[in-house]
Design a protein around this ligand. Structure first.
Ligand code: UD1
Ligand code: CA
Length: 433
């Protein structure tokens, strides 16, 4: 079956009951990206003829809405094939086997089907690629320090796959087996169709188990000797919020390790939170207790923190600095600009070498719309200044401590303003007249 087309199916039609938040598990945030999108991402390097995701139940609309917004699935009325993923509806969550059955009408009769669970976000692309190479198909397994909740892998004396026993169906002896089913399979489609058709619900949970069908197919294809074993970390499944926390710790460490490997100085990785999609240049230093969210760019040699919060669109150009208790969102700091203490910079463009004094606030939101603040090169913003956007402070201009620069009352290049509302400082000659 090696030469046949590969199709990808992600199962996310479950009810998320064990999560207990009332919302869909698929959209829970994991280091700046929803759980389900991590699974999508893991498959992105595979050459697949089609990609489908099974959705259903109370959360279907919310998940679909999100995926549409992200451009991953088609809008209503659009050609479904025009987007990377297509939605398959599972009317009722009758088990993983039933979820696969729901996708059959839109899949060809023959080929290979890679099946993944939407709640296994740490899967590595290379592992999936290896699984898809296995002749006769394969199943991914791992030895879990605590295998509770996973289907247990029973092998015969030759190491061939014998059975997959769900937690709920385990006796004490089977429950003690540490090798678990990762829930990832590459199977012959024609054989899978037949095996799924024969499934029953004769088990402790009264569900159609995909595992029963997968075992059947692998035995028929000679693939039962091809269980691929991976490290347990990358196949940790998220069924509970405790498991979500566990995978986020693993992922966070991976993200931090990548930044350190590329020359970023992390003073204390154990208190540094960097989401996915953050760019940091070599030689930048991140001090302890910082949160850098996705969509942040920090260029070489910058300094951040301690206790800084950088959100989407924060862009620190080379050698600029953000200090303690500073939050920045959609704000660009020019080269060498500094905001060292207790400041909010939202929707701001700040010129090179500007100095933003302690306690400065860009008041970007009037309750209805967000507006921009522009601060020129070398400007000096005095401590406690409030800049009510939209407003511009020219190059080299100065605001006095506590000044409130009101909206559209731009400060000219080189001008000094003080007070509330801020006014130009009277020149000494006028005063003495
Ligand atoms: C499943 C496997 C188990 C494996 C584990 C790996 C089965 C029967 N069990 O158990 O052997 O060790 O994954 O993490 O397959 N889903 C649907 N429709 C349904 C039910 C589930 O789409 O009717 C989706 C869920 O949204 C989820 C995935 O399938 O993304 C797996 O379902 P889940 O209930 O989490 O299965 P596990 O109990 O974890
Ligand atoms: Ca699961």
């Amino acid at each position: 079956m090696g030469g046949q087309d590969l199709h990808i199916l992600v199962l996310a039609g479950g009810n998320s009951t064990r999560i207990k938040t009332g919302g869909p598990k698929a959209l829970l945030d994991l280091c700046g990206r929803p759980l389900l999108e991590w699974v999508f991402e893991a498959t992105s390097g595979l050459a697949a003829a089609s990609r489908q995701v099974v959705l259903g139940g109370v959360h279907q609309q919310a998940i679909e809405k999100h995926l549409r917004k992200r451009g991953l699935v088609a809008e209503e009325g659009q050609d479904p094939a025009s987007k990377p993923w297509q939605v398959v509806e599972q009317p009722e969550a009758l088990g993983t086997g039933d979820a696969v059955r729901c996708a059959f009408p839109t899949l060809p009769e023959e080929g290979r089907l890679l099946i993944l669970c939407g709640d296994t976000p740490l899967l590595q692309a290379e592992t999936l690629a290896a699984l898809c190479q296995a002749p006769g198909g394969a199943l991914l397994t791992a030895r879990f320090p605590d295998p509770t909740g996973y289907g247990r892998i029973l092998r015969d004396a030759e190491g061939r796959l014998q059975a997959i026993v769900e937690q709920a169906d385990c006796d004490a002896e089977t429950a003690a087996i540490q090798e678990g089913n990762a829930g990832v399979y590459c199977l012959d489609l024609a054989k899978l169709r037949l095996a799924i058709a024969e499934l029953d619900t004769d088990n402790a949970q009264g569900e159609f188990y995909l595992t029963d069908a997968a075992l059947q197919v692998l035995k028929q294809s000679g693939g039962h000797s091809h269980c691929l074993e991976s490290g347990h970390q990358q196949v940790e499944g998220v069924n509970t919020l405790a498991q979500l926390a566990l995978v986020s710790v693993i992922l966070r460490q991976q993200i931090l390790a990548e930044h350190m490997a590329s020359g970023v100085i992390l003073a204390d990785p154990s208190t540094t939170y960097i989401e996915t999609g953050v760019e940091i240049g070599p030689g930048a230093t991140i001090h302890p207790f910082c949160v850098l969210r996705h969509g942040v760019r920090i260029e070489a040699g910058c300094e951040v923190g301690p206790f800084a919060h950088l959100r989407v669109g924060a862009h620190l150009e080379a050698g600029s600095a953000i200090g303690n208790f500073v939050e920045a969102k959609n704000a660009r700091l020019g080269p060498g600009a500094k905001a060292k203490h207790l400041t909010y910079l939202g929707d701001a463009v700040i010129g090179a070498k500007a100095n933003i004094g302690c306690g400065t606030i860009t008041a970007n939101y009037d309750g209805k719309i967000k507006s921009q603040t522009q601060i020129g090169e070398g400007a000096f913003i005095g401590s406690g200044t409030v800049l009510v956007a939209p407003v511009k402070v020219g190059d080299g201009a100065i605001t006095g401590a506590g000044a409130v620069v009101t909206r559209n009352h731009d400060v000219a290049e080189g001008q000094t303003v003080v007070g509330v509302p801020a006014r130009p400082l009277p020149s000494p000659s006028v005063e003495s007249a």
